[in-house]
Design a binder for this molecule. Structure first.
Ligand SMILES: Nc1ncnc2c1ncn2[C@@H]1O[C@H](COP(=O)(O)OP(=O)(O)OP(=O)(O)O)[C@@H](O)[C@H]1O
Ligand SMILES: [Mg+2]
Length: 476
């Protein structure tokens, strides 16, 4: 038999959920990095564009300043002045930092100082004011160039970050995919094929084939179920073999008794005296009755087990059924001396098959007789509660241990000392199935060495049914 290795393992569902959560988290991180990078690159691009525009306007202003310094005509000078001021005013729109704003204001003030000075000097050039204005404008160009360089560097930095994040996240997703694939191969596909192979071998007749209980929890569960099923088939086979052995054994006893009895009546031998002949015939009759009962139980068992038990139900007074069943034992010593029957005064009507319920009572009484000493009394009682008719058979016999209370209802199950009394172990199996087929139930209370009480509950007929049955009895 293959060894079964219980293995602590994740379930397929939790593994897939975890993988999806991790891959989802990585996707969210990738999207975050992508959004951050693009918005930073977009900001640096607009910074660069603003700086380029500023530089263009400042250079326009520088050219304007040069032309102004060289122009002689007052009208032209005024035009240039207004263009100069316009350029510097437009440059304000492209300021991207406080320091740039300060430098721009400084440049505008220097240009204004130059223009004031040139107006006062009356077409005479003021080289100091001109140089100051140029220097201030150059400073503005320089700061914009500095901004462009910083934006370029920031863009490069973020480009590197985006590259690294992309590679790392890509590698992580690839690693997860590979790990999942390997896990599936090792933990799912291989055990899956092994299980399929075990099922195939079992189907081909290798009854000892059992699945290894490893892999994901779902597969472990499937393997466990297969193993339980295979164990149960194996134990059923064992039970069948034991049953056949038991049947052979149980049939041999009455058959040997019959053979012995018949031997005494050999064809060439003179007949024994009448009293002995009668005793021999009584033995033969008893053994035939015993064989008939055994065969009847087997037939019942197979009928019940295949679900073909047909009930012929009608309203019956359970007191009468019990009285008739107990009456069957009246010719025996036990029946005459040990059976104490307590029946209520009023009818106890139930919708049932009287023959089958009679069989149930006979079985319970016969067990009570078999499994208790010949000196002890057996009480049979009928009673009712608000919903049921209750039949109770109590003995002071060997009793049944707690762990056997359920097992005694299994077919061919005999507990305690099997040699003490003859039987096939089918009686209580049939009893339980018959009672349940009536919608009733059976319970047992028993203490080893003290005795047992078997109780069956059958649904009590409604008051209206009781009245109509009583009326029909009165008419007949
Ligand atoms: N009243 C009882 N007292 C003690 N043990 C009992 C009693 N009734 C049943 N048992 C135990 O339960 C087992 C199953 O009972 P069951 O009636 O099914 O089979 P059986 O009596 O052995 O054979 P048969 O098929 O002939 O009835 C018995 O073998 C016996 O061990
Ligand atoms: Mg029995």
């Amino acid at each position: 038999m293959m060894n079964r290795r219980p293995n602590s393992c994740r379930s397929l569902r939790s593994t897939f959920s975890l993988s999806i959560v991790v891959v989802g988290a990585l996707a969210v991180i990738s999207a975050g990095v992508l959004i951050a990078t693009t918005s930073i690159l977009q900001r640096t691009t607009s910074d660069v564009a603003a700086a380029v525009e500023s530089v263009r306007l400042v250079e326009e202003a520088e050219i304007g300043l040069l032309l102004h310094a060289r122009a002689k005509d007052a009208v032209i000078k005024r035009d240039i002045e207004s263009e100069l001021r316009d350029s510097l005013a437009s440059a304000k729109r492209y300021v991207t930092s406080a320091s740039e704003r300060r430098v721009l204001e400084n440049a505008a003030a220097s240009v204004e100082t130059y223009l004031q000075a040139s107006r006062r000097a009356d077409s005479v050039r003021d080289p100091d004011a001109e140089a100051d204005a140029f220097a201030a404008l150059e400073q503005l160009v320089a700061i914009n160039l500095e901004h462009t360089r910083a934006a370029h560097e920031e863009a490069l930095e973020w480009n590197d970050i985006a590259n690294i994040a992309g590679v790392v996240l890509g590698i992580m997703i690839l690693a997860i995919a590979i790990t999942l694939m390997l896990w599936l191969r090792r933990r799912v596909i291989r055990p899956w094929f092994a299980l399929a192979d075990t099922v195939r071998r079992f189907g081909e007749g290798e009854r000892t084939a059992r699945a290894e209980e490893n892999g994901p929890l779902e597969l472990q569960d499937m393997s466990k179920r297969f193993n339980t099923m295979a164990d149960s088939i194996a134990s059923q086979r064992e039970a069948q073999v034991a049953f056949l052995g038991g049947v052979a054994h149980d049939l041999r006893t009455p058959l040997s008794a019959l053979a012995l009895a018949v031997d005494m009546l050999g064809p060439d031998d003179p007949l024994p005296p009448e009293p002995q002949l009668r005793r021999t015939l009584a033995v033969i009759a008893r053994q035939i009755h015993h064989l008939e009962r055994m065969v009847g139980d087997f037939v019942d068992m197979s009928t019940i087990d295949t679900g073909k038990l047909a009930l012929d139900v009608d309203y019956h007074d359970v007191r009468m059924i019990v009285r008739d069943a107990v009456g069957l034992f009246s010719h025996t010593d036990a029946g005459a001396e040990r059976l104490r029957v307590a029946l209520p005064r009023n009818p106890c009507l139930a919708l049932c098959d009287d023959v089958r319920i009679g069989q149930v009572v006979t079985n319970l009484v016969s067990n009570a007789i078999k499994y208790s000493p010949a000196t002890e009394p057996i009480a049979v009682a009928v009673d009712t509660d608000e919903s049921d008719v209750i039949v109770e058979v109590t003995d002071r016999g060997t009793g049944i241990s707690r762990e056997d209370h359920r097992r005694i209802f299994e077919p061919f199950r005999r507990v305690g000392s099997r040699t003490a009394a003859a039987g096939t172990g089918l009686g209580l199996f049939n009893v339980q199935r018959i009672v349940e087929a009536h919608g009733g139930r059976i319970e047992v209370e028993s203490v080893p060495s003290e005795g047992s009480t078997f109780r069956i509950y059958l649904r009590l007929a409604r008051a209206s049914a009781t009245a109509s049955v009583a009326a029909s009895h009165a008419r007949s």
